[in-house]
Design a protein around this ligand. Sequence first.
Ligand SMILES: [Fe+2]
Length: 286
Amino acid sequence: MEKSQSIPYLLSKLSDLPSMPEVAQKVLALIRNPKSNMAEIGQILSLDQSLAMLVLRWANSAYYGLRHPVSTVNQAVIVLGQQAVRNVILASTVAGMMDRSVEGYGLEKGDLWQHSIAVAGAAREIAKNKGYELAEEAYTAGLLADIGKLAFETLLRDVDLTQPEWQGQAFSDLEEEYFGIDHAELGAELARRWNLPPRLLDAIQHHHEPTKSSEGRSLSYAVHLADYTVMIMGIGIGRDGLQYHLDPSAVEFYEFNESVLDQLTEEIPDFILASNSMIRNVPSEI
Ligand SMILES: [Fe+2]
């Protein structure tokens, strides 16, 4: 398949997936509009009861550490700010899209979601010492880094991975070989169609090779290190993940050492449980 043909084809595979609710689309459009304000965003969000509840739970979650819980959607959007509100919407949309098995990658139902939410949370944690805004961007990019796998997977089911030429190869090389692009590039294309900013597209596209990033490496480094951490933990890796090349510049930039890795490894399982409870209404004590 030629690259020019495969991108529209693969994107059409992504559009078979559940689409974003109308209220969510309207809120994202408001966030893109520099003239909009938080009150308008709160007003639109209030039209969708489940999104409104989610925004409230999100603002009151441990990460934001509020001394006094907020009780209205308008207060919650002010606490969160535009980027975190965008994350609430994207996380709930992505949870719906990923609520299935991804057989081509050997991922059972829930695996890709767990992987993605873990990368999002870890990337936000890694980036937070360098600023709140960067941390929220890192969450978005981490969440969407592997979403392109959803489009490739039905095609990869027919590929015989036991062939000797695939031994020791990374999955992204396999995608590139067969379809001319990899899941990182396809994820960036999806993010572009959702009108997300170029910085985010860039970090999604380069999460495996962050030094190729052209829009600020702080973001792609955070996603790369988070992805590595989650891979090491074996969360939602399926047939992928054994060939991960950790980038030394990313390690240096965030002073990513054993103790940071240990701390993340300890925090991530709780973060996944809390996210499941908050976003998918799965009880947190399973
Ligand atoms: Fe990836």
